[in-house]
Design a protein around this ligand. Structure first.
Ligand code: HEM
Length: 516
């Protein structure tokens, strides 16, 4: 009866309704929505660089940004570096704000200005499973607390896995130079040692796990790229048919199957929490009956997210640092001398966080390499969740995605003397000249400030940055003390590739290694 009534009501409502009427309504709807969007737009007075997508040119504006992003952002920064500008990027429109607003913005709580929503919205979290970050922070705590405070407990495992990986992925005898694709080898080394402290042994040596943790980031990126051109209302219908999303879900299933063994080991073995791989730490902290302890998919997703946040970022920095050393071999001796002074001859046995912090020239070299080879045009990506008024009285409505043009800041002579010059000891010298401990601290690789935001800034700055600094130094020490390395032939440093908001190193370059 109820069903019949429903069909009757449906027929009555749509009598005389044909396809032309439907198209007419759809056009009116789109125009009305665009009109409301443009005229209700509280930010319309903020200047724009690049194409205005207007009513019908969103794909063209996105393509335009992909082609000319770096130039557009530089143009916006040059004209509006003390205020703000808007730009249509290849994902969303961004409000790029001056770094002078950072102190006031970084004080705002996550409920007002959200890093998690920024991650979710930019990666289309609803379709890539990353929307879990909106309501979960235990993976952030695992980095902020465990991987940072317990680093000395984790270092032996980290170092052991690095040596194990070097023996497999790099030449093992000192006779010949062997050329390898630097990007893929360093990425694997980082993935191996990270997996050792994320999920522990034996899973960290499982090829399928390694491949899954490395490949997850690419599937997220491709899925988001494939879905983005579709309007919101079509996405739920399109998503199930996308190959990229099917591959992403498959990787999640594989990771969930694999992580069952880790969950089992937690139930079977007693271990001090400080020594636990991050997955076990999360299970332990979350407690009995929690999703982390009962649902392999939940734990697997968190681990894959950590891999996404950690692997390509850290290995890209390592690759850039290796290119800088090959292009400037004169820095190698200085760094080796520091390693010897701080660690003596027993490099592996004496390594700990206190000694890692004493490698100040290496710290400076890494920070300069990062400044010059900035990993992207923007940082401090956040979504405004509640109406926010800046000190210049600009009102930013909820839903706005903000960012800062950090690459332009890193190249700006107002903030860095001779910014075009690669000075490996720039931050070392600043630390020596510092007049307070706070000023000295601000020169460290893992520190952040309104003019140094590769790791973001404020209360939700990258929680893995101290771990990343420690790991990068460990890797450089390992490479410098166990190998010689150089470009296979005489050449200039490979140029970085900049497109849209991305800046990536040349991933095809080979590096020749010889065991010392
Ligand atoms: C050199 C390497 C790295 C770079 C350049 C980097 C950069 C960043 C940036 C820019 C953010 C956003 C912060 C903000 O907007 O204020 C972030 C977030 C994050 N990073 Fe890193 N990161 C690196 C390494 C790592 C590592 C090794 C881990 C884990 C061990 C990690 C875990 C995370 C997590 C979990 C978040 C999300 C934080 C949140 O939701 O609040 N990162 N990272």
């Amino acid at each position: 009866m109820a069903l019949q009534a429903f069909f009757d009501a449906f027929q009555t409502a749509f009598t005389g309704f044909n396809v032309w009427t439907a198209i007419g309504y759809a056009i009116i709807f789109v125009i009305a929505r665009q009109f409301v969007k443009q005229h209700g737009d509280q930010l319309r007075k903020v200047p724009r660089v690049g194409m205005d997508p207007g009513w019908f040119s969103m794909s063209k504006a996105r393509r335009n940004f992909l082609a000319y992003g770096p130039e557009l952002i530089e143009e916006g920064y040059t004209k509006f570096k003390h205020s703000m500008f808007r730009v249509q990027t290849n994902d969303m429109e961004r409000l790029i704000i001056s770094t002078s607003f950072i102190p006031e913005l970084s004080r705002l709580p996550e409920e007002t200005l959200s890093v998690a929503a920024g991650i979710s919205v930019r990666h289309l979290g609803k379709y890539t499973a990353l929307d879990f970050v909106d309501h979960n922070t235990i993976q952030v705590d695992a980095c902020r607390i465990h991987l940072t405070n317990d680093i000395d407990h984790l270092t032996p495992a980290l170092a052991d896995e690095l040596r194990y990986g070097m023996n497999i992925d790099l030449p093992s005898d000192g006779k010949d130079w062997v050329s390898v694709n630097a990007f893929s080898v360093l990425l694997r080394l980082v993935a191996r040692s990270s997996a050792r402290v994320f999920v522990g042994k034996p899973l960290c040596r499982d090829e399928v796990w390694l491949e899954t943790s490395i490949g997850f980031a690419g599937e997220v990126f491709l899925t988001a790229t494939d879905i983005r051109p579709y309007p919101n209302f079509l996405r739920p219908f399109v998503a199930p048919f996308l190959k990229s999303r099917k591959r992403l879900l498959k990787r999640l299933d594989v990771a969930a199957e694999k992580i069952v063994s880790v969950m089992k080991s937690y139930r079977e073995g007693a271990m001090d929490r400080k020594d636990m791989p991050a997955a076990l730490w999360m299970m332990d902290v979350a407690g009995k009956g929690s999703k982390e302890q009962t649902d392999p998919k939940d734990l697997a997703l968190k681990q894959l997210f950590l891999s996404l946040a950690a692997l390509h970022t850290t290995s890209t920095h390592l690759l850039q640092a290796v290119y800088d050393l090959c292009a400037n071999p004169e820095y190698v001796q200085e760094l080796k001398k520091e390693i010897k002074d701080v660690l003596g001859d027993d490099v592996w046995g004496s390594w700990n966080n206190a000694k890692s912090l004493k490698l100040q020239k290496m710290d400076s070299f890494l920070k300069e390499s990062q400044r010059v080879n900035h990993p992207g045009m923007f940082s401090f990506n956040r979504v405004v969740m509640k109406p926010t008024t800046l000190s210049d009285n600009t009102k930013i409505p909820p839903g706005t995605l903000i960012g800062v043009a950090t690459k332009c800041i890193a190249d700006d002579p107002e903030f860095y003397e001779n910014p075009k010059t690669f000075d490996p000891w720039r931050f070392y010298k600043l630390a020596q000249d510092a007049s307070s401990a706070e000023e000295k601290g601000s020169t460290a690789f893992a520190s952040t400030s309104p003019t140094s935001m590769v790791f973001g800034h404020g209360r939700r700055a990258c929680p893995g940055r101290f771990f990343a600094a420690h790991q990068l130094k460990l890797f450089l020490v390992g490479l410098l003390t166990e190998y010689e390395f150089k470009f296979p032939k005489k050449m200039d440093r490979p140029k970085n590739l900049a497109y849209g908001e991305h800046i990536v190193p040349d991933r095809a370059q080979e590096i020749a290694f010889r065991k010392i």
